[in-house]
Design a protein around this ligand. Structure first.
Ligand SMILES: [Zn+2]
Length: 113
């Protein structure tokens, strides 16, 4: 790999190492606010126009190609939001490192432009 690309890869690697060294918990998935209808037919959430319940917070993640969703209380949100954000940061740092690795190889081999 060319020296400049090598430096870029090294900087990205160091950012990833520093992040990991901070010892974050990481939770994959994402948080979404949802407003919902309940099961009571005469509730305001079934009126026209409907007044839905919520919004409530939902955490969704995929494991072994299966989608899981969990409702979070305010207290659970406090515990887990930072872990979910940390996982996103981790993915971004890894993606960035991989992008620079690809770039370096493409340039070295004269494949890309
Ligand atoms: Zn309702």
């Amino acid at each position: 790999m060319r020296a400049r690309d090598e430096q870029r890869v090294e900087r990205a690697r160091q950012r990833l190492i520093q992040f990991l060294a901070q010892g974050h918990h990481v939770l994959p998935g994402s948080l979404v606010e949802r407003s919902v209808r309940c099961g009571k037919a005469n509730c305001r959430c079934h009126a026209e126009p409907p007044e839905l319940h919520g919004p409530y917070l939902q955490w969704s993640y995929t494991r072994e190609n299966k989608r899981f969703t969990r409702w979070l209380s305010g207290e659970q949100e406090e515990r887990y939001r930072s872990r979910i954000n940390a996982a996103r940061t981790l993915r971004e740092l890894v993606s960035n490192l991989e992008r620079l690795e690809i770039q370096g190889v493409e340039r070295e081999e004269g494949w890309g432009t």
